[in-house]
Design a protein around this ligand. Structure first.
Ligand code: ADP
Ligand code: XUL
Length: 529
């Protein structure tokens, strides 16, 4: 019975999916929320409180505790890990973990008697980890772009212009502000390679998919870029793990995991970022279709055979686990913004859905620029909500406005990818909402399908574990075969666009773009509409 486990350390929760590849079946799926299960860490939506809204950090010890809670709850629920052949995982991208030189030995000595957070409490040279929501490194981004010869050169080499949440600028800020702690740091991991190290009982490498989210990797060579490294921090080359292909077996699982019934000899496979994993988890192993993940952030992504960076510098190119590349745009105001609107009117998700169902497409011309928190695409450095022909007291129209704005923004800012998708795969927590998916279908003029496995990143990680396991045993399988049977969308979940509504949104996209342009330039567009 070939079984594989995929984990996902995301912003708000730790999740796992256990699969059986002979039966093409998901045997177990479970998730634990940090705020709910580990309130002692004091996080809100998984993030530590901060006086500066640009700073977003999470405690890495909390992730270790969440892993223990997750696996022990799964055992209590009857999950049998003894047959698991290989484990891999998914980390929220860009986040980084800073370890002292004692970490290597502590990892090697992990034993199953005491929880991870007790055994690894003293190995951190920085107590908190900057995560992808952090936007405090504008100065560092400017300096790194400059060192590379400008934004365009940075994007051509690393797949993205320097972005505030990316790991390189974050490391530069850390070494600039806390040089002693930086010097005390022996190894800098991404969230993904940190957790892979726990499973492997030794420092794990960084996979090329997630490594591309650092502004430090030469994307065409899959190696560290010397100029980026030098621009980030002194002596960085000695602190980074090597970059490896996404199907690398790190070794056997650490003995720690015997605590949960894993067998000796099970393999630990390199982890990747949540977006590269999701690419596999929704079966996008060939070009043509795209996926939209409606999670804490919203992401729009697809497989990309040839490297081609966004000339506007808004999108990203990461390594695809199946070889080649993936293109991605990340919108920070995803569920965060939808929740703000829902809460502003004291609505439940049912009320929110009813509001979407009872308001007309196009919202009678009412438009919202929904930057409830600072935005990545387009770049909006501070939270800033604007309404045009939209009454703030009209709760239902505001619900429609936030979703229409998000979908129109995706349509406009994804033009550089050069794919006019006819099929969209929707995933993430909010894909459970058919009214949101209806607006998605109409705005993009594409058929939208939903997936039954809620966590595509964890499923993708489990499928990567299967691929690496077979390759390790000399029987490499084609990716189509690996994902087949797991990544078919839910039958009957197809939502087709309505041609008239699609035309209406085609026109509205131009109006939305004009509102966006004027608002970002500081002009008061409300006078013009
Ligand atoms: P992440 O993996 O980024 O932590 P998820 O993909 O698990 O996030 O999505 C969680 C989000 O899904 C919640 O924060 C919530 O806002 C959203 N969500 C859940 N159910 C609904 C619903 N019925 N309608 C809209 N949004 C929903
Ligand atoms: C992608 C991004 C987010 C994180 C967290 O660039 O910042 O999608 O990976 O999900």
């Amino acid at each position: 019975m070939p079984r594989f486990l995929g984990l996902d350390c995301s912003t708000q929760s730790m999740s796992a999916v256990l699969i059986d590849t002979a039966d093409r079946a998901v045997l177990a799926e479970h998730s634990v929320s940090y705020d709910e299960k580990l309130p002692e860490y004091g996080t809100t939506n998984g993030v530590l409180p901060s006086f500066n809204p640009a700073i977003a950090h999470s405690p890495p010890l909390m992730w270790l505790d969440a892993l223990d809670v997750l696996l022990s709850e799964m055992c209590d629920m009857g999950a049998d890990f003894s047959q698991v052949s290989a484990v891999s995982g998914s980390g929220q991208q860009h986040g980084s973990v800073y370890l002292k030189d004692t970490a290597g030995q502590a990892l090697a000595l992990l034993h199953s008697e005491r929880p991870l957070s007790v055994q690894l409490r003293d190995v951190f040279s920085r107590e908190s980890s900057p995560i992808w929501m952090d936007s405090s490194t504008a100065a560092e981004c400017r300096a790194m772009n400059e060192a590379m010869g400008g934004e365009e050169a940075m994007a051509a080499a690393t797949g993205s212009v320097a972005f505030e949440r990316f790991t390189g600028p974050q490391i530069r800020k850390f070494s600039g502000e806390e040089l002693i702690n930086y010097k005390n740091t022996d190894t800098i991991h991404m969230v993904s390679s940190f957790l892979a190290s726990i499973f492997s009982g030794r420092h794990a490498p960084i996979d090329r998919g997630d490594g591309a989210g650092m502004n430090l990797m030469d994307l065409s060579r899959d190696s560290w870029h010397p100029i980026c490294l030098e621009a980030a921090a002194p002596g960085l080359v000695g602190k980074l793990p090597p970059i490896v292909p996404s199907d690398t077996v790190v070794g056997e699982l650490s003995r720690y995991f015997e605590r949960y019934g894993f067998s000796r000899g099970a393999l630990s496979v390199v982890w990747s970022g949540d977006n590269p994993n999701s690419l596999i988890g929704v079966g996008l192993v060939e070009p043509g279709r795209i996926a939209i993940s409606l999670g804490t952030s919203d992401t729009y992504f697809g497989y990309m055979p040839e490297l081609h960076a966004d000339p506007a510098g808004e999108g990203h190119v990461f390594g695809a686990p199946c070889g080649g590349f993936m293109s991605l745009i990340c919108f920070k105001n995803g569920s965060l913004a939808r929740e703000r609107v829902r809460d502003r009117y004291e609505y439940s998700w049912d009320d929110f859905s009813r509001a979407l169902g009872s308001t007309p497409p196009g919202n009678g011309g009412g438009i919202m620029l929904p930057y409830w928190v600072s935005e990545i695409v387009p770049r909006v450095p501070e939270a800033h909500v604007r309404r045009y022909r939209l009454d703030e007291d009209d709760a239902d129209a505001n619900c429609r406005a936030v979703v229409e704005a998000q979908m129109l923004s995706m349509k406009l800012h994804s033009r550089w990818m050069d794919v006019a998708p006819t099929t969209i795969y929707a995933t993430g927590g909010a894909s459970a909402n058919p009214e949101i998916l209806k607006i998605m279908a109409d705005v993009h003029n594409a058929a939208v399908y939903r997936f039954s496995v809620g966590n595509s990143a964890a499923l993708g990680a489990a499928l990567r574990a299967a691929h690496a396991f077979h390759k390790h045993h000399g029987e490499e399988m084609p990716w189509n075969e690996i994902v087949g049977g797991f990544t078919e969308p839910v039958k009957d979940s197809r939502i087709d666009p309505d041609p008239d509504t699609a035309c209406l949104y085609q026109e509205m996209a131009e109006l939305y773009a004009a509102c966006e342009n004027h608002a970002l330039k500081g002009e008061d567009w409300s006078e013009h509409v």
